[in-house]
Design a protein around this ligand. Structure first.
Ligand SMILES: C[S@@+](CC[C@H](N)C(=O)[O-])C[C@H]1O[C@@H](n2cnc3c(N)ncnc32)[C@H](O)[C@@H]1O
Length: 223
């Protein structure tokens, strides 16, 4: 991402989460979505919530028995998460960090949630974050990812389109926000990249939901 787009995007998210600091309150967790991980995770599994925002799903993961870690590029988001953890009396880790360069060792997580994170990264950011998510997952670990369908933005005069398929808002309350509708191509060859596709679905509104399992090295060798 260009430094200008990068700082615009970060500024947008800081501004958004600052409002939560002032007004408080929490958005409901994506409970039904997160529950799709349950059959694939052992009790007390370590789960990373990538681009956790105010931590609604980090907190939910913790509530249903996992060891959860929320990470977000926005310092404000992590401040809101810290407040929410205190108010809700829930134990989880919240940290500021970049999904494109994760500050964790290889193979330390049993699960990764990337709920509407990958669709807020540009083309290179998507690749880096997807690779990093695979790196920090242990073999056999699972990733739940969602990406929106922002196709309608092509006709919006408040956005500019970029070569990598991303759109950046140039006006209005979402000024600075970058979105990139999911593309089938980078997600087409996952088996070859060492992932089993456990679920691949489009919602009625056209959002992509996938559950992927990081294949054990011995399974890959057998293919
Ligand atoms: C649409 S919000 C989703 C928040 C959360 N996953 C949820 O479902 O409530 C996208 C989040 O991704 C964060 N984000 C954007 N780029 C990021 C990056 N490179 N690394 C980590 N977080 C990032 C933003 O700060 C924002 O909180």
């Amino acid at each position: 991402m260009s430094p200008q787009a990068e700082s615009g995007s970060r500024h947008y998210w800081d501004r958004t989460w600052s409002r939560f600091l002032r007004h408080q309150g929490m958005i409901a967790p994506s409970a039904k979505l997160i529950q799709q991980l349950i059959p694939h995770l052992h009790r007390h599994a370590w789960v990373l919530d990538l681009g956790c925002g105010e931590g609604r799903n980090t907190i939910y993961l913790s509530r249903i028995g996992y060891q959860s870690v929320g990470i977000d590029l926005s310092r404000k988001a992590v401040q809101v998460l810290a407040n929410n953890l205190f108010e809700e009396e829930v134990r989880a880790v919240g940290m500021v960090g970049d999904a494109r360069r994760l500050p964790f060792r290889t193979g330390v997580f049993d699960g990764v949630v990337a709920h509407h994170l990958l669709d807020h990264l540009d083309g290179k950011g998507f690749e880096a974050a997807f690779t990093e998510a695979g790196r920090v997952l242990r073999p056999g670990g699972v990733m739940l990812l969602t990406m929106g369908n922002f196709g309608h933005l092509r006709a919006d005069d408040k956005v500019v389109g970029r070569e990598d398929g991303a759109f950046v808002f140039t006006a209005g309350p979402t000024k600075g926000m970058l979105v990139r509708p999911f593309e089938a191509a980078p997600l087409a060859d996952l088996e070859r990249q060492g992932w089993d596709v456990l679920k691949d679905e489009l919602t009625p509104r056209g959002s992509k939901i996938m559950v992927l399992r990081r294949r054990e090295p011995s399974e890959s060798a057998a293919i």
